[in-house]
Ligand binder design. Structure first.
Ligand code: SF4
Length: 336
């Protein structure tokens, strides 16, 4: 599906708080999520956010200018007033799709109370030189997704013939040789990549992943309402999932059951206050197309609000809406 691309900078009337697809998210801990872009180059058949070129629901791709994103990151870092802040670069998609990532990392590393900068990536858009650049810019840890080492299965799980697991393996090796840490984060799908998970555990040990953090972050395959689903594959109950990890921990002599404490993440009291109550009515100015088909982005009180069922709402118009959800300052509303 053809996408509309929206570049967000100081000259665009879009704040960087309020939309799940870009900007900064504060979920009440000493970690801030930094989202420089939406969109992805892969088409994983289990993608929880239905991203990538094969998406049937995502119609807009956002890129945020680094200086503008850093302004927000600095302001929130000041507000958090924690000496142990982590800036976690992630997104609804693949963050390395953004062309100026090392400038972002460099800027984040200059914020006084930022102690850790981590990034989620599928690794396919990086080369060894970029790994080095990001590492030198101050990236503490790469969270690299590898779901299978078998060439054919890896292509199936990435949803594209172009996926080259050998390249991603080289990237993993380059990260572990750099001054950054490496955490390999496969998604375990029962009956699909069980054997691959065993191989990935041994691979992580072999290349020395996890210098200061756990080497692996095995994730459970979850079925999301708005995501893509693997036909015939069930979501394993959490109890069963942890039993499986416990067994693998014993067999491979490696830590696999993780908690926020392993990453130094803790709840802190300084949280960005909500700008709207649930069910509150407000008037927004429509400034950009929404991430999903039929949505639009409105702005009020320095927050972005995703307006659903907005097919007939014109750009630039003012619309009265009711807030449907406000969790973590991510707003969804409908016109009234
Ligand atoms: S790499 Fe992540 S965002 Fe991209 S398609 Fe796969 S699961 Fe979705």
């Amino acid at each position: 599906m053809k996408r509309q691309i929206v570049w967000i900078g100081r000259d665009v009337e879009l704040p960087l708080i309020g939309c799940i697809a870009f900007g900064v998210i504060d979920r009440g801990t000493n970690l801030l999520q930094i989202r420089p872009a939406s969109g992805c180059n892969l088409c994983c058949p289990f993608c929880s956010v239905d991203e990538g070129p094969c998406s049937k629901t995502r119609v807009t791709q956002y890129f945020v200018e680094v200086d503008y994103l850093l302004e927000y990151a600095k302001a929130l870092a000041r507000m958090k007033n924690s000496e142990n802040l982590e800036m976690h670069i992630d997104g609804c998609g693949e963050p390395s799709i953004h062309p100026n990532l090392s400038d972002l990392v460099q800027g984040l590393s200059e914020i006084e109370n930022v102690k850790i900068i981590s990034m989620q990536t599928n690794g396919t858009l990086l080369n060894e030189r970029e790994v080095e650049e990001l590492s030198e810019a101050g990236l503490t840890r790469f969270n690299l997704t590898i779901n299978a080492l078998d060439d054919e299965l890896a292509k199936i799980l990435a949803g594209t013939e172009r996926y080259d697991v050998h390249k991603v393996v080289r990237i993993a090796e380059a990260i572990s040789e750099s001054s950054s840490d490496l955490l390999i984060a496969p998604v375990w799908m029962e009956g699909v990549n069980d054997l691959e998970i065993l191989k990935i555990i041994e691979f992580a040990k072999e290349i020395g992943a996890g210098k200061n953090f756990p080497p692996l972050g095995i994730q459970n395959y979850l079925i999301h309402r708005m995501g893509r689903k693997m036909k015939g594959i069930r979501q394993v109950p959490w109890r069963f999932f942890y039993e499986k990890l416990r067994k693998l921990e014993e067999e491979h002599k490696i830590k696999l059951i993780l908690s926020p404490k392993d990453f130094g993440i803790e709840k802190i009291s300084q949280v960005l206050p909500l700008a709207f109550r649930k069910f509150e009515k407000t008037t927004v100015k429509i400034e950009a197309p929404g991430w999903m088909k039929g949505e639009a982005l409105g702005v009020a009180r320095d927050r972005v609000i995703t307006v659903v069922d907005a097919e007939n709402i014109e750009m630039g118009s003012k619309v009265k809406v009711r807030i449907l959800s406000n969790k973590h300052n991510i707003y969804v509303a409908r016109a009234v």
